[in-house]
Design a protein around this ligand. Structure first.
Ligand code: G3P
Length: 217
C-alpha cells in the first residue's frame, strides 16, 4: 500500500518524507488556499517545491472544466516536473481529458469520485489513479469504505490497472480499513499516518526495558 499525504503544507510533507514511508503527495485547490498559496505562478512554483521534497507522484489539480482548457492546463502542469500527476475532476469533459492524457502518456488522477460507476468510467478512460472520497461519503451517512470495496471488486474482475487512491481519509482507522480492503494507495493528513505508530503497550514496554537496563549498569 502506498502512503500519500494530502496537504500543500511543506513542513508536513518534509516530516512525512523524513519518516521514510511517504510515496507521494496529493493537493487540491482548497489545500493550496489553506496554505495561502494564490496566483497561478505561485501555485506552479509550489508544485515544484513539493516535487523537490518527495520522491513519488505529486497530484496537481486542473481548474479548467472544459476539455480544451483542461488539456492546456494539464500539459502545463505535466511539463513542470516529471513527478506531476494531473488531477482531473469526474465530469464529462474530465473523462475525455483522462483519455487524451492517457494516450499521450501523461499520468492522471481522477478526483471527486463518489460511485462505482464513476470509478469504472475513470478506469476505462485510462486514469492512473482514481480518488474515491470516503470521508465525504461518511459525512453524509453513506458508507465510504463500501465504495472502496465495490471499486476493488470491479477493478479485479477486469484486471484494470488504475490504482485505487482512497482519498478524504480523516483518521487512522480509515487507513487500516482501506488496507484491509485492498486500496492501492491512501492519502490523508499526517495525523492519520502518525496514529499508526502509537500503542501504549509499546511505550510501557520500552520504559520497562530502559529501566531494567539502568538497574544492571
Ligand atoms: O484531496 C482530496 C481529498 O482527500 C479531500 O479530503 O478531507 O477535504 O474531504 P477532504
Amino acid at each position: 500500500m502506498k502512503f500519500f499525504i494530502d496537504t500543500a503544507n511543506l513542513d508536513q510533507i518534509r516530516e512525512a518524507q523524513e519518516l521514510g514511508v511517504l510515496d507521494g503527495v496529493t493537493t487540491n485547490p482548497s489545500l493550496m488556499a489553506k496554505e495561502g498559496i494564490t496566483g497561478r505562478n505561485n501555485i506552479l512554483k509550489h508544485y515544484v517545491d513539493i516535487c523537490e521534497i518527495v520522491d513519488g507522484d505529486v497530484s496537481a489539480e486542473v481548474i479548467a472544466t472544459d476539455l480544451k482548457a483542461m488539456i492546456k492546463e494539464g500539459e502545463e502542469l505535466a511539463d513542470l516536473h516529471e513527478q506531476i500527476v494531473v488531477k482531473v475532476p469526474m465530469i464529462r469533459d474530465g473523462v475525455k481529458a483522462l483519455k487524451y492524457f492517457s494516450d499521450k502518456g501523461i499520468k492522471t488522477n481522477c478526483t471527486l469520485v463518489f460511485s462505482p460507476g464513476q470509478a469504472l468510467l475513470a478506469a476505462k478512460a485510462g486514469a492512473n489513479y482514481v480518488s474515491p472520497f470516503l470521508g465525504r461519503l461518511d459525512d453524509i451517512s453513506t458508507d465510504g469504505l463500501n465504495l472502496i470495496s465495490e471499486i476493488r471488486l470491479i477493478y479485479d474482475n477486469y484486471a484494470f490497472e488504475t490504482e485505487i487512491l482512497a482519498a478524504s481519509i480523516r483518521h487512522t482507522m480509515h487507513v487500516i480499513d482501506c488496507a484491509k480492503l485492498g486500496a492501492d494507495v491512501m492519502t490523508g493528513p499526517l495525523s492519520a499516518i502518525d496514529g499508526l505508530l502509537k500503542h501504549p503497550l509499546t511505550d510501557i514496554g520500552l520504559e520497562k526495558f530502559l529501566a531494567d537496563y539502568q538497574k544492571g549498569n
